[in-house]
Design a protein around this ligand. Structure first.
Ligand code: LLP
Length: 399
């Protein structure tokens, strides 16, 4: 079951509500419209898939950092994957258990690492200098860090180069030829570091589970090697990256179950605790950006439908050449052509739950839009205020 459906007579619904009616009842367009029950269903799909394994679902906050959504995900049992001190602060505010949080990144700052150490979150070691900072943070916090080594397994995720991270020339993680150096460095810091596992993240929008399987095979070999040197590592973290059906083409894409099933035996064979870091596959399909058509124009041989939404609210197509499916919220008249398009009609961009609001900007001073969700009982609630011109002016007060 999916939250956004088209009725026989051509109206778009979010759960049991007509999107057109929601559009007419809210104060401003464009806006992001989520389904809370769809978020629940997406988490349940991962939980079902993980049954029988010790695991942590670490939701990647970068995909969507709405506090209400975070609270809901935490309530469903998720942990959180963080890439900044502010994401950590927000996760704590949302009530996440810090011992189910994982701190990632290439250039983690010392202050942020100190906070992470104080709170007891896991940290993924990314480089030699990162390890130095992690050691320093542990000393400042007076706490031992649980660390995982982020290994760059050199597996091609077969995705857009801008979202590929697990091939050998990517800037993320450590290459296998340096593994021994890192193991020795951990051994040299018994008071600061406890090595608890290994991590990899291959990239994003991955649509073949074999890629995860190939990486997991390499990763358990590394874990065998690490264990053979006396480390009691318990965690295998295979990162995030599962893709979704942006094209709405009906193509069969791998599900969370397909992903977990492809690594299950490997995880069980080494008696590991599996960490996954999904962002997109938990949240993207729970939201549409709802726009209104402002007008229609033609230039040369091209027709344009101009809407009130823009790259300020949804930058993925211009940034990554990404495809995101669009759809009208009400039936088009049978004779409709672009030139006679209804001005004021609603037009949604699907799969706007991940990397849309979290990457939105105030470009052109289009202040960030409000967010709403449809609740389980079919009511609509605002879950973030729209930003206003006054918010913008505030940054100049008292200068
Ligand atoms: N873990 C790590 C270490 C990551 O870097 C990421 C995403 C994730 C987990 C979550 O990956 P997901 O399951 O969402 O694919 N801005 C791009 C996506 C960049 C993803 C960066 N890393 C976009 O709009 O498509």
């Amino acid at each position: 079951k999916h939250c956004f459906t088209k009725s026989q007579d051509g109206f778009l619904y979010c759960e049991n509500l007509k999107v057109q009616e929601i559009m007419e009842s809210v104060e401003r367009r464009p806006f992001y419209l989520y389904s809370k029950p769809q978020i629940t269903r997406n988490v349940e799909a991962y939980k079902d898939a993980l049954e029988g394994l010790r695991s942590i679902i670490g939701y990647a906050i970068k995909a969507n950092n709405n506090l209400k959504i975070l609270e809901h995900l935490r309530g469903l049992g998720c942990g959180a994957v963080l890439v900044s001190g502010n994401e950590l602060r927000l996760a704590l505010r949302a009530g996440f258990d810090p011992t189910r949080c994982i701190f990632n990144g290439n250039g983690k700052l010392l202050d942020d690492l100190v906070l992470a150490a104080q709170e007891g979150v896991f940290v993924n070691v990314d480089s030699e200098f990162d390890l130095e900072n992690i050691v320093a943070a542990a000393r400042i916090a007076g706490k031992k860090f649980n660390v995982l080594l982020r290994i760059n397994p050199d597996v091609d995720p077969q995705v857009h180069p801008y979202v590929a991270t697990g091939n050998k020339n990517s800037k993320f993680g450590i290459r296998n030829e340096k593994l021994q150096w890192f193991l020795d460095a951990v051994k040299a810091h018994p008071n600061e570091l406890k090595l608890v596992g290994a991590h990899c993240h291959l990239g994003s929008t991955i649509t073949k589970v074999d890629i995860f399987r190939d990486a997991a095979v390499l990763m358990v070999n590394y874990i065998d090697e690490i264990r053979s040197q006396g480390f009691e590592v318990d965690y295998l973290n295979i990162g995030g990256g599962l893709g979704i059906d942006y094209y709405h083409s009906g193509a069969i894409l791998p599900t969370p179950r397909d992903l977990i099933d492809t690594v299950r035996e490997l995880v069980l064979s080494r008696d590991l605790n599996l960490i996954i870091e999904p962002g997109r596959s938990l949240i993207a399909n729970t939201c549409c950006l709802v726009n209104r058509v402002t007008g229609v124009k033609t230039n040369g041989t091209k027709n344009f439908v101009v809407i009130d939404g823009s790259m300020a609210e949804l930058i993925r197509p211009s940034l990554y050449d990404a495809y995101q499916h669009i759809e009208l919220v009400s039936p088009a008249s049978p004779s409709a052509e672009v030139a006679t398009f209804d001005v004021g009609a609603g037009l949604v961009v699907h799969d706007a739950g991940a990397y849309c609001m979290s990457m939105a900007s105030t470009y052109n001073l289009k202040m960030r839009p409000p967010e709403y969700w449809v609740e389980e009982d079919g009511s609509v609630s605002k879950i973030r205020h729209g930003e206003t011109f006054e918010d913008h002016i505030r940054f100049f007060e008292g200068l």
